[in-house]
Design a protein around this ligand. Structure first.
Ligand SMILES: [Zn+2]
Length: 667
C-alpha cells in the first residue's frame, strides 16, 4: 500500500520536474520519500516492481549486452542540404502519392544529435530498451535506460497494450559541461563530444555508471506491435499522445502547411533557435504529416522511408589554428584562459575568441599553442574549443602554462583547488576593478540607483574611483567635470551613493565580490555573525560551522580578508559611515534564544530546511558541526558521526517530537 503510494508520489514528482518543468516537491522531500521507498523494498523484496523509481539507481553489471530485435526496423533518413533539395524530395513523393501530400502538409521537428533508442512498453510498463544497432538488431540496454531520469518507467494515461516508442538519448550542454568539470577535478579524462559520450554511456556494462551520467531523452515516434494499428491519423497526433503519456518531446516542432513554411521554419531553427538550445541538433526532420499517406509512400529496402527527410544544417563546428592562449581577470579575481583563433566562419558568424574554462581543462585536452583545433559554436554565446587535431601537428606547437603573476596587476596568483582555478588575490587588482565596481553597485548588492555601467566606466577613466570605498568620497564638483552630468544628476548620484551606506551587511558582503560568496551565502554569514567585526574575528572553523556555509566559502572569506589591501579597504568604508551590521529578525517567541543547535539524519516529518528555519525563528543558531558549545543535537533516522560525537561530548540528543515540544513550550 504505502510502497505503491510512494511510487505514485515520486513518479508524479519526476513528471512535474522533468516534463512539465514545474517542480512541486523539494529535493530534500524527494530524497526522503525515495529513501522510505528503498527501505520498504529492502525489507519486502516482493513489493519491488520494475517501474519503481528506485530502479533508476542502477542494477548489477553484466559481462555483455544481449541482442534485441526491434518490432520493425529503425529507419534511417535521406538528407536534404538545401531548400531546393527539400523541393526535389516533395516532387518525388508527389509523383508516387499524388497531390494529397501537399494538402496534408509536413510535421517539422528538431533532429537531436544523440543516440537513437527504442523503448518497448507492455501495458504501459517499460520492458525493453534497446540501442539502434544496425536498425534491425540492437543491444538490450534496459537497465541503463532505466537510470535516465526522464525515460518514463510507466506511461501515463491509456497507451496501447503493446507499443514501441522511439527517440534519442542526449546530454544537455550544461550538465555535460558540469560533468566534465567534475571529471577534471577528479583527474579523469574529459569527454569531447556529447553524442559519442551519450552512446558510450548507454552501452556501459555496469548500469550504476550510467546512473551517474546526466543523460536525457526525447521521444519522436510510436511503432505499433505487428498486426496492430495505432489510433492516430497524423504525426502531430503522435507527438501530442507522447506528451500525454509523459514522454518528453523536443520543443519547436511545428505543422507546416507548405514548403515555404518549412523553409521559414528551418531557417529560423538554424539561425535563431539553434544557438539558444541546451542540446545539440544537426538539423530538422520533415515528415509527411498524414500517417495513411506515410503508409502509401512506404519504405525503400526496409530501411529508408520515402515520407521523411533530414534537413541538414551547416555544421556548427569548424577547424582553425589556435594562435595564442591569453588570460582575463574576472570580477572575483578568477583567471580565465581563452583562445585566440585564426578567424573562422561558423554558422554565419566569424569567431576569433573561444573560452577554455580553466587551466586543467587546457591540460586535459592537451591543447598547445599553434595546434589546429575544432571549435564549436552552439547553445551558448561564447564559442568553445573542443580539442586539438594532433595528427596535424608540425612539432612547432608550444605547451601553455598559467602565468604565475596576474596579467593585470602583476600580483602573484593563487590556486583554488576546489574550483580548479587560479585567481588574483589582490582586491584592488585593475583587471577586476570595473566588473567588481559594477557588481558592487548592482541591484542585488548595494543597489546604487543611477550608477550605470557606462557611468562607472566614466568614473574609473577619470581616475576618481579605484575601488568601492572611493565611491563614497565622490563629490558633486568632481562629477560636474565629467560629460553628461548636470547639477541635478550629479547631486542625485551622490545622494544615491550616500543612501547605500545604510544597506545591511549581507548586501555589502555580497557586493565585495568574495569568491564563492553569493547573495545567499552572504545572508547566512550576515545573519549568523550580526556584524562585520564579528565575522572578521571569526576563525575559518567558526565560519565553516555556520549552517549552509562549509569549508570552501569559509576558506575563501578568510583568504579575502587576509589579502593585501582588504583591511585597509574595510577601514575606509567604515570611515565613510557604512552599516557593518545586519538587522536581526526579531525572534518570534525567542523560546530558544541563545542556543546553538545541530540537526542530523532524516527527521520523520520536517525537512532539514524547515527545522532550521523554525529553530532560527525561535532565536536559536543552527550550525553544522557538534562541539562542546552545542546546546543540543536533533537526531533523525540514519544519523551518523554527529550523533557519535554528541554522545562522546555529552551533548544532549533529542528527537523531532521533543524539538517540536520545545518550540511550543520552552523548558
Ligand atoms: Zn591582479
Amino acid at each position: 500500500m504505502r510502497a505503491a503510494e510512494l511510487r505514485a508520489l515520486l513518479d508524479q514528482a519526476s513528471y512535474e520536474y522533468y516534463i512539465l518543468d514545474r517542480p512541486t516537491l523539494s529535493d530534500a522531500e524527494y530524497d526522503r520519500l525515495f529513501r522510505e521507498l528503498q527501505g520498504i523494498e529492502r525489507d519486502h523484496p516482493e513489493l519491488r516492481t520494475p517501474d519503481s523509481p528506485t530502479q533508476r539507481v542502477g542494477s548489477p553489471a553484466v559481462s555483455a549486452l544481449p541482442k534485441h530485435t526491434h518490432l520493425t526496423p529503425m529507419l534511417s533518413l535521406g538528407n536534404a542540404f538545401s531548400d531546393d533539395e527539400v523541393r526535389e524530395w516533395e516532387e518525388r513523393i508527389v509523383k508516387i502519392a499524388g497531390d494529397e501530400v501537399r494538402r496534408a502538409g509536413y510535421s517539422a521537428e528538431l533532429k537531436i544529435d544523440g543516440a537513437a533508442i527504442s523503448l518497448r512498453y507492455d501495458d504501459g510498463v517499460l520492458v525493453v530498451g534497446a540501442t539502434r544497432g544496425n536498425g534491425v538488431i540492437g543491444e538490450d540496454v534496459t537497465a541503463n535506460l532505466r537510470t535516465v531520469r526522464d525515460v518514463p518507467l510507466r506511461l501515463r494515461g491509456t497507451p496501447p497494450a503493446r507499443v514501441e516508442i522511439r527517440g534519442e538519448i542526449y546530454y544537455p550542454f550544461d550538465l555535460f559541461e558540469r560533468m566534465n568539470e567534475e571529471r577534471v577535478r577528479s583527474g579523469e579524462p574529459v569527454f569531447a563530444n556529447p553524442r559519442n559520450a551519450a552512446a558510450g554511456a548507454l552501452r556501459q556494462l555496469d548500469p550504476s555508471i550510467t546512473a551517474t551520467r546526466p543523460l536525457r531523452f526525447f521521444g519522436y515516434t510510436v511503432v505499433p506491435a505487428p498486426g496492430e494499428r495505432l489510433p492516430f491519423r497524423t504525426q502531430g497526433e503522435v507527438l501530442a499522445a507522447l506528451k500525454g503519456w509523459g514522454v518528453p518531446v523536443a520543443p519547436h516542432h511545428r505543422h507546416c502547411a507548405t514548403l515555404e513554411e518549412v523553409a521559414r521554419w528551418s531557417h529560423q531553427i538554424e539561425h535563431e533557435v539553434r544557438a539558444t538550445l541546451n542540446f545539440a541538433i544537426d538539423g530538422g526532420v520533415l515528415k509527411v504529416d498524414d500517417l495513411a499517406l506515410q503508409d502509401d509512400l512506404g519504405v525503400v529496402g526496409g530501411r529508408d522511408p520515402r515520407w521523411a527527410i533530414a534537413r541538414k544544417f551547416a555544421p556548427d563546428i569548424a577547424v582553425t589554428r589556435l594562435l595564442d592562449i591569453r588570460v582575463n581577470v574576472g570580477r572575483t579575481g578568477a583567471l580565465n584562459p581563452y583562445a585566440v583563433l585564426d578567424p573562422v566562419e561558423i554558422g554565419g558568424t566569424t569567431v576569433t575568441y573561444a573560452t577554455l574554462h580553466n587551466e586543467d581543462l587546457v591540460r586535459a585536452k592537451d591543447l598547445r599553442i599553434g595546434d589546429m583545433v575544432q571549435v564549436k559554436r552552439a547553445g551558448e554565446v561564447i564559442p568553445q574549443v573542443i580539442g586539438p587535431i594532433p595528427e596535424q601537428r608540425t612539432g612547432e606547437e608550444r605547451e601553455w602554462r598559467m602565468p604565475s603573476t596576474c596579467p593585470a596587476c602583476g600580483h602573484t596568483v593563487v590556486r583554488d583547488d576546489e574550483e580548479v582555478a587560479w585567481y588574483c588575490p589582490n582586491v584592488s587588482c585593475e583587471g577586476r576593478r570595473l566588473e567588481g565596481l559594477v557588481h558592487f553597485a548592482s541591484r542585488a548588492a548595494m543597489d546604487i540607483r543611477g550608477l550605470s555601467d557606462a557611468r562607472m566606466e566614466q568614473l574609473v577613466a577619470a581616475g576618481f574611483v579605484r575601488d568601492v570605498a572611493d565611491l563614497y568620497a565622490l563629490t558633486v564638483e568632481q562629477l560636474l567635470t565629467l560629460e553628461r552630468f548636470a547639477q541635478r544628476s550629479a547631486e542625485q548620484l551622490v545622494e544615491a551613493i550616500a543612501a547605500s551606506r545604510a544597506q545591511p551587511l549581507s548586501r555589502l558582503l555580497f557586493g565585495l565580490g568574495i569568491r564563492h560568496v553569493g547573495a545567499g551565502a552572504a545572508e547566512l554569514l550576515a545573519r549568523h555573525f550580526g556584524d562585520l567585526d564579528h565575522l572578521m574575528r571569526a576563525t575559518e572553523a567558526d565560519i565553516a560551522a555556520v549552517h549552509g556555509i562549509g569549508e570552501t566559502i569559509a576558506h575563501s572569506v578568510i583568504t579575502w580578508f587576509a589579502a593585501p589591501g582588504a583591511r585597509d579597504l574595510i577601514e575606509r568604508l567604515r570611515g565613510h559611515g557604512l552599516t557593518f551590521a545586519e538587522p536581526q529578525a526579531p525572534a518570534a517567541s525567542g523560546a530558544l534564544k541563545g542556543l546553538t543547535v545541530v540537526i542530523t539524519g532524516t527527521l520523520p516529518t520536517l525537512s532539514r530546511q524547515e527545522a532550521s528555519s523554525r529553530l532560527e525563528a525561535a532565536g536559536a543558531r543552527v550550525t553544522d558541526s557538534v562541539s562542546k558549545k552545542t546546546s543540543f543535537l536533533v537526531a533523525g533516522e540514519a544519523a551518523g558521526s554527529k550523533l557519535d560525537k554528541a554522545r562522546a561530548l555529552g551533548v544532549e540528543v533529542i528527537d523531532e517530537a521533543e524539538l517540536l515540544r520545545r518550540l511550543e513550550h520552552p523548558a
